[in-house]
Ligand binder design. Structure first.
Ligand code: 5RP
Length: 231
């Protein structure tokens, strides 16, 4: 499912474009597919803007020319994955702890295209997937307490193959937050969380998404994709 949407997304890239390179497993498949098109000579003069150390390393390994976010005035198309997508195309991102740069790239992009499999579609955000909040290391406990006063229960994200917490590409920590009954007003919550001293950015992506491609498997048929309708 992920591969088929990743390949479909690359069909939206045209020669000469500056392309935001998302993070996570679906975005990684998109980057591989983009590299195949470039290396086959079907796409020319592409510049990729990485959203993370992961996408930067992958692009370099696959010979996709990259350019730093600070050096571009605009991005033609950014393609990224998501952890949850609601019917209004509001997103939770940051499952890979990359949401700070992902949001910077998305907000500089003329078009923001999301690639997901159908398991990511939800009626209401945050009933299942915790909202990632990147915090300065010294502030994590203070932010956790403030979020708890807002009825959110948060846990410090721990690393898998390292003792201690996940450290982001910016050298910060991540709180994963669940609100009782999910997120009722994502617009308001995005601003309220970002207003807490010590918070760098949260994973709510509000009114940024132009298009969502969804990979599906129906019965025993091969995977297919379809654009999602905004409701
Ligand atoms: C990373 C992200 C990813 O795009 C998101 O977690 C989806 O990842 P995957 O495609 O592996 O499910 O926001 O910070």
């Amino acid at each position: 499912m992920k591969k088929i949407v990743a390949e479909a997304a690359v069909k939206e890239v045209q020669s000469g474009m500056v392309v935001g390179l998302g993070s996570g497993s679906t975005a990684a498949l998109m980057i591989k597919s983009l590299a195949e098109e470039i290396n086959a000579g079907k796409l020319k003069n592409i510049k990729g803007v990485p959203t993370s150390f992961q996408s930067e390393v992958l692009a370099l390994e696959l010979n996709i020319p990259i350019i730093d976010l600070a050096s571009v005035s605009q991005i033609d198309l950014a393609i990224d994955g998501a952890d949850e997508v609601d019917p209004k195309f509001q997103l939770i991102k940051g499952g890979g702890a990359c949401h700070v740069r992902e949001k910077l790239v998305a907000s500089k992009a003329n078009r923001f295209l999301i690639v997901v499999d159908e398991t990511k579609l939800v009626e209401k955000l945050n009933l299942v997937f915790p909202l990632p909040v990147e915090v300065l290391p010294t502030a994590w406990k203070q932010v956790k307490n403030t979020i708890s006063e807002m009825n959110g229960s948060s846990s410090l994200r721990m690393a898998n193959k390292k003792a201690g917490p996940v450290v982001t590409d910016q050298g910060n920590l991540v709180l994963d937050v669940l609100f009782e009954d999910g997120i009722r007003n994502p617009q308001d919550l995005e601003m309220r969380i970002n207003n807490i001293p010590g918070v760098l950015e949260n994973g709510l992506f509000i009114d940024m998404t132009d298009k969502v491609l969804v990979g599906k498997i129906e019965r025993n048929l091969p995977a297919l994709f379809s654009p999602l309708k905004l409701s």
